[in-house]
Design a protein around this ligand. Sequence first.
Ligand SMILES: Cc1cc2nc3c(=O)[nH]c(=O)nc-3n(C[C@H](O)[C@H](O)[C@H](O)COP(=O)(O)OP(=O)(O)OC[C@H]3O[C@@H](n4cnc5c(N)ncnc54)[C@H](O)[C@@H]3O)c2cc1C
Length: 318
Amino acid sequence: MKILVFAEHREGQLRKIAFENITLAKKLGQPFEVAVIGAEVQEIAEQLGKYGVEKVVFYKSGKLDKYSADGYAKILADAVQKQGADVLLMGATSTGKDLAPRVSAILNAAMATDCTQVDIEDDNLKIIRPMYAGKVHATIRLTSPIKIVTVRPNVYSAAEAPATAAVDTVEPQVTDFKTVVKEIISGAKGKLDVTEADIIVSGGRGMKGPENWPMIEELASLFGAANGASRAAVDAGWRPHDEQVGQTGKTVSPTLYIAIGISGAIQHLAGMSSSKYIVAINKDADAPIFKFADYGIAADLFEVVPRMIEELKAEKGM
Ligand SMILES: Cc1cc2nc3c(=O)[nH]c(=O)nc-3n(C[C@H](O)[C@H](O)[C@H](O)COP(=O)(O)OP(=O)(O)OC[C@H]3O[C@@H](n4cnc5c(N)ncnc54)[C@H](O)[C@@H]3O)c2cc1C
């Protein structure tokens, strides 16, 4: 079974999920190669070397500097066939969600999305993915000759393993694309994305208003964490939508998720229940979030959070 890992990158930097999927491919113990699509690839080649990749194929063209859904899909489908892959591993990221179904349609390949566990059993993939907002975990087997799997970010930890990668550069036949991203206007520059963060500090309606958010931001900054929010906080206009965690927000799997003033509605849990450790701070000892939390503090957040900040500052000598 040969695996092709699609290495997603942005602004010259590979996304963390690319390294995680390379680590997963190695863990599966099957031969694997990596495909990168883009215009400038020098820096990317250097980054891949650290993770034990032996073969990389760059699909390189000046026309590929901006993402095109149909263009990238055609090139990637071609890559799967040219590189003779049976399995295509991608990230369950915004790009992965956009691209994987298109590649699947071109190749008539079965697809499993947002997977949280991938193993090999009886010469086939054994895949686990949450369904129905995380209420059940389905075990899936794909039966088509080519299989496409998108993996939830942060589920597998990327492990460095230096190797020298053989690099092939292919100039794909690039014709006019139907859709091209002209410009990306990013939000706050340098802001850590919740889907890639190892620690997330999230606030909910219990925060009472946006004027209290500096407390969450300070705690997050002391932890080196990203800021998250419940939909109640986003709908109220207290926080931007890119911070929303949950069924209609982002799905996250950090090592540590701190939920502050969040009740733990099923739609919020759908986005964060695969976090490794969950800490909840809520004044209602019966709040549903405590059923899922590894550590819970049943108290007023306006007393607990300032104390946490004080303790962390003291620990850091600030
Ligand atoms: C189709 C659909 C999709 C949805 N998608 C999402 C989604 O993506 N993400 C999401 O989050 N929700 C989503 N929701 C909404 C979800 O059902 C909840 O309404 C929402 O998660 C509640 O947010 P909350 O926990 O911040 O607010 P609440 O449920 O109001 O909880 C606030 C909590 O704060 C606690 N609190 C109050 N004051 C304090 C204090 N001083 N100290 C400590 N604790 C305090 C309270 O005890 C309470 O538990 C969706 C709903 C639907 C129907």
